[in-house]
Design a protein around this ligand. Structure first.
Ligand SMILES: Cc1cc2nc3c(=O)[nH]c(=O)nc-3n(C[C@H](O)[C@H](O)[C@H](O)COP(=O)(O)OP(=O)(O)OC[C@H]3O[C@@H](n4cnc5c(N)ncnc54)[C@H](O)[C@@H]3O)c2cc1C
Ligand code: FES
Ligand code: FES
Length: 485
């Protein structure tokens, strides 16, 4: 049992004697802060959304809407947390609350607190410069009775407004210390803030599980009711969060870089990765999920791995003894099994520059365009020689085998061949040697095999176009409304 200290709606809180695997949502509701609701307890509905100040965000402190059902209490140590109860100041509702009322955006009110908190982040964002970003901001909040049009209209009126108020003032306050240590038997949770502390903690607790955003691991607690007796959080290690350009135009992502930050940094710069992130989960999830967590959970349907396979990424695995480097195509050893040895963390991911003239793209096929798990994800890279022959081709797939993997037969069938429709069709015939697709409720093996082939065709057709196609600005089903700024 342990004590977690944080600021809740600007009041200091000491959560004494709680289990470190208590969720922030569970703590809030048990302490009487019942404005924040529980719907799904797995990050899908948004009813539990709260805002947390991310003091170390690239570009400066900012609010982040997050799913409190997936945040374990020690993760808010030293942080500022805001819930729907904290927005009313001096007897007046916050502009986002006024906007939702004015647009008739609330009925039963079960989803409303979460909607308000996602709008709250939107209100203080300075980067909502395209309509699809507004959809993305709100797509993690389900509402069954009001309808999304009034909610969206309300959000449009407040997005990017950034009033000079006490909340803007809170962003300028010094950051708290995230370091945390609870070492009671069966309830070990350590957040080191220096790397030396990490290795010490690991030497003391070699069986500890790592956690970062917790958008995967917290489900072990909330859905599978498992115990997590020993946990080491990597979130306090600021160096692991850097996003950097490397010489020649490559990229280096610290393993704990948030997907929301990578999405923002790669816009118009690293199109395949940005495109995949556009259709990855919700804003609340991307505000917590890390690139390293996505790789280390080694899910066969993880969306980032196919992109990194196509882009030939290299992973830095670090232990107390130093770093070693492995290609991402040697990282996944089997179902949910990686090349990480005990005592090693994934520290960074490097992507080499994409040469001028080479083409790369990424695709995700799921039952629903927004906030859904892939049936099949694929990414491709091709470089041609002077006579139009394929000199390098890489095809990374997810959802078609026990691990994300390269389609080696497909690639071999294309190497040295002219990059044309008949070569691609011939190579597609070899895809059945590459994969034995999963057969489950998200798609039959036949469906996945067919989609895998069609994505390869789609990539070829995309390369036939002269320009480098980016995303459509917004999903086709939404209305065109300008974001007010
Ligand atoms: C509602 C919802 C929607 C989602 N949608 C998608 C989606 O569209 N596409 C998709 O691919 N995934 C999706 N996910 C899964 C998840 O969000 C991602 O896999 C995410 O990137 C995991 O990152 P994390 O930091 O939260 O991982 P955590 O939960 O913190 O950790 C995941 C695993 O990786 C290990 N780990 C984490 N970081 C490291 C490290 N640096 N070194 C060693 N081990 C490490 C942990 O021990 C743990 O086993 C979704 C999840 C939810 C709940
Ligand atoms: S309760 Fe549904 S997202 Fe948290
Ligand atoms: S207002 Fe009823 S579900 Fe949202």
């Amino acid at each position: 049992m342990t004590t977690v200290r944080f600021l809740l709606n600007d009041r200091p809180i000491e959560a004494v004697g709680v289990s470190p695997t208590t969720t922030l949502l569970g703590y809030l509701r048990a302490s009487g802060w019942t404005g924040t609701k529980e719907g799904c307890a797995e990050g899908d509905c948004g009813a539990c959304t709260v805002a947390i100040v991310d003091a170390e965000a690239p570009g400066g402190p900012r609010f982040r809407a997050v799913n409190s059902c997936l945040v374990l209490l020690p993760m808010v140590q030293g942080q500022r947390v805001y819930t729907v109860e904290g927005l009313r100041r001096g007897g007046a509702y916050h502009p986002v609350q006024e906007a939702l009322v004015d647009a008739l955006g609330s009925q039963c009110g079960y989803c409303t607190p979460g909607v308000v908190m996602s709008m709250f982040e939107a209100c203080y964002r300075g980067d909502l410069d395209k309509p699809w970003k507004l959809d993305d901001q709100m797509c993690g909040n389900l509402c069954r009775c009001t309808g999304y049009r009034p909610i969206r209209s309300a959000t449009v009126t407040i997005a990017g407004r950034r009033p000079s108020d006490s909340f803007s003032g809170a962003l300028a306050e010094p950051a708290g210390d995230r370091g945390f240590r609870s070492e009671h038997p069966g309830a070990v949770f350590i957040t080191p803030t220096r790397e030396a502390e990490l290795w010490e903690a690991l030497a003391e607790h070699p069986a500890a599980k790592f956690i970062c955003g917790g958008t995967d691991l917290s489900l072990a607690v909330t859905k599978r009711f498992e115990e997590l007796p020993e946990v080491i959080s990597l979130e306090g290690l600021a160096d692991l969060r850097r996003i950097e350009r490397t010489d020649g135009g490559g990229w280096r992502f610290g393993a704990t870089a948030l997907l929301a930050d990578i999405e923002a940094a790669t816009e118009g710069e690293l199109v395949p990765l940005h495109r995949m992130l556009r259709y990855f989960a919700s804003r609340q999830i991307k505000n917590r999920a890390t690139i390293g967590g996505n790789l280390c959970n080694a899910s066969p349907i993880g969306d980032i791995a196919p992109v990194l396979l196509a882009l030939d990424a290299e992973l830095e695995l670090r232990s107390a003894g130093g770093s070693r480097f492995v290609g991402v195509d040697h990282f996944f050893l089997g179902y949910r099994k990686t090349a990480l040895s005990p005592g090693e963390i994934l520290a960074s991911i490097s992507i080499p520059p994409i040469p001028a003239g080479a083409r790369a793209s990424a695709y995700k096929v799921s039952k629903r365009r927004e906030l859904d798990i892939s049936a099949v994800a694929a990414a491709f890279f091709v470089e041609l020689g002077p006579a139009g022959e394929v000199t390098t081709i890489r095809a990374g797939y997810g959802g078609v085998a026990a691990t994300p993997a390269r389609a080696r037969h497909f690639e071999a069938a294309l190497e040295g061949k002219p990059w044309n429709r008949s070569s691609v069709e011939a190579a597609i015939l070899t895809l059945h040697d590459d994969f034995t697709p999963l057969d489950d409720h998200r798609g039959s093996a036949w469906y996945r095999r067919t989609v895998a082939a069609n994505l390869a065709r789609g990539f070829f057709l995309e390369t036939e176009e002269d320009d480098h196609p980016d995303l459509p600005d917004r999903p086709s089903g939404t209305v065109a409304v300008e974001v007010s700024r």
